[in-house]
Design a protein around this ligand. Structure first.
Ligand code: RB5
Length: 159
């Protein structure tokens, strides 16, 4: 696993935000793996979401960032992958809670919902807030076996 590098991806609706996020990470001396998109030409967000979430799920990267117009589509795609905890954070409180309570490993934001200044503050908060563990770890463990809680067969997390 690459513990330091953050893998990032977006669609056309959040291309401009992705460029700013990448520059901010590099400013902070955090290495970036940029999976695109690389322009504002219309693309399908699931393709980029799957690249980033798949890599985090497989353990190749410990953290990722996904951006689309609202953040909703990327959240839906990313959370299909085992061990991914993608959190849509379009405000600072959510960013803090996403780390403290949910141990978020993919930050999702909506390029058409929030401005760049807030996005950078959300990024900094998400990067710098530790997971609290304890009862929250118990709940995350339950998420990994959510199917068992209601008798539905979900894909198992590989360990
Ligand atoms: C693209 O038009 C838009 O649907 C996408 O960026 C995202 O908001 C989807 O949830």
């Amino acid at each position: 696993m690459d513990r330091n590098t953050i893998i990032i991806g977006c669609d056309h609706a959040a291309f401009a935000m992705k460029e700013k996020i990448r520059n901010r990470l590099l400013e902070l001396a955090i290495p970036v793996q940029d999976e695109g998109a690389f322009s504002e030409e219309s693309v399908n967000y699931p393709e980029f979401g799957a690249k980033v979430a798949g890599a985090v799920s497989a353990g190749a990267y410990s953290r990722g960032i996904l951006l689309c117009g609202t953040g909703l589509g990327m959240s839906i795609v990313a959370n299909r992958f085992p061990k991914v905890r993608a959190t849509l954070c379009n405000d600072l409180f959510s960013a803090r809670m996403a780390r403290m309570h949910n141990d978020s490993n993919i930050l999702v934001m909506g390029g058409r919902v929030i401005g760049d200044v807030l996005a950078m503050e959300i990024l900094d908060t998400w990067l710098n807030t530790p997971f609290e563990g304890g009862r929250h770890q118990t709940r995350l463990d339950l998420i990994e076996k959510a199917g068992d809680l209601c008798g539905v067969a979900l894909p198992r997390t590989k360990r």
